[in-house]
Write a protein that binds this ligand. Structure first.
Ligand SMILES: NC(=O)c1ccc[n+]([C@@H]2O[C@H](COP(=O)([O-])OP(=O)(O)OC[C@H]3O[C@@H](n4cnc5c(N)ncnc54)[C@H](O)[C@@H]3O)[C@@H](O)[C@H]2O)c1
Length: 250
């Protein structure tokens, strides 16, 4: 009885950004729960069925959709920060060029959620969409202005689509990961010798569980939100898997 709540047999999933650290763990977790999973990314880095696409190009996603067909589970996990759109002593907020802002919004909001939902989500007739947000969507991370703003927009778009597509039986939620070491945040978290940066130490000090997350720790949240038996009355919400980061201040 309890395991059938989380059984995804018969479901088909598309995980965009499933070539990455978090998307890859989620893709494998959905497959382990019984779903037929296709990973979409720019370059193949997955043992699961793979289709190449650039999520920031809607035509590229349309071609990928023709190959995958319409899923019942869509995970939008492409994204990441760009240091060129982050405040530094050399580049204060007011000097961040528009193209750098636009690049981060293009990846995290447009390619991250908007285009995948316009292509895959619009075609879905039932099921679950899971967008990957960030703790910085809730409270901006110092210096990381552009990424924080783009991820805040991901939360808002998630809520909008939850209402928009409730009538057709598609639920739309997000997961907020805390800090999980991955390619896109390696320079933020680790020095070249592999030891944590002062920033990483501050983050751990601000995380109730005093550690970074492991990618497999996102799987339970993703399977829960993907399963209509487990989360059929859950839509428009955000599930935090952050070790308690957002539950406290200093
Ligand atoms: N790692 C963390 O601590 C953390 C925390 C909060 C949120 N996130 C979010 O989780 C998601 C996954 O990030 P990650 O940490 O696994 O990083 P990652 O760099 O390992 O994965 C990101 C993936 O997105 C893919 N991607 C990038 N641009 C793309 C494009 N234009 N088209 C298709 N695919 C593209 C990359 O190839 C990569 O496979 C992102 O949205 C990120 O913002 C990560």
């Amino acid at each position: 009885m309890s395991s059938s709540l989380f059984d995804l047999t018969g479901e088909t999933a598309v995980v965009i950004g499933g070539t990455g650290v978090l998307g890859g763990a989620i893709a494998q977790g959905l497959a382990d729960a019984g779903a037929k999973v296709t990973v979409i990314g720019r370059t193949k880095r997955s043992e699961l069925p793979f289709v190449a696409a650039d999520a920031t190009k809607i035509d590229s996603l349309r071609r990928a959709h023709e190959q995958t067909g319409t899923p019942t589970i869509l995970v939008n996990a492409a994204g990441g920060n760009d240091p060129k759109a982050t405040v530094t002593p050399e580049m204060p907020f007011e000097k961040i060029p528009h193209e750098n802002w636009a690049g981060v919004f293009d990846l995290n909001l447009v390619g991250g959620v908007l285009f995948p939902c316009q292509v895959f989500g619009a075609a879905m007739t039932r099921g679950s969409i899971i967008n990957i947000a960030s703790v910085s969507a809730h409270i901006p991370l110092s210096r990381v202005v552009t990424y924080s703003a783009a991820k805040a927009a991901v939360l808002n778009l998630t809520m909008f689509l939850a209402r928009e597509w409730a009538g057709k039986g598609v639920r739309v939620n997000s997961i907020t990961p805390g800090f999980f070491p991955a390619e896109q945040n390696r320079r933020l978290l680790f020095k070249e010798d592999g030891t944590p940066t002062p920033r990483a130490q501050a983050i751990m000090g601000h995380t109730a569980l005093s550690r970074f997350g492991e990618p497999k720790e996102l799987v339970g949240a993703a399977v829960f939100l993907a399963s209509s038996r487990a989360s059929g009355f859950v839509t428009g919400t955000d599930l935090r898997v952050d070790g308690g980061y957002l539950s406290q201040t200093i």
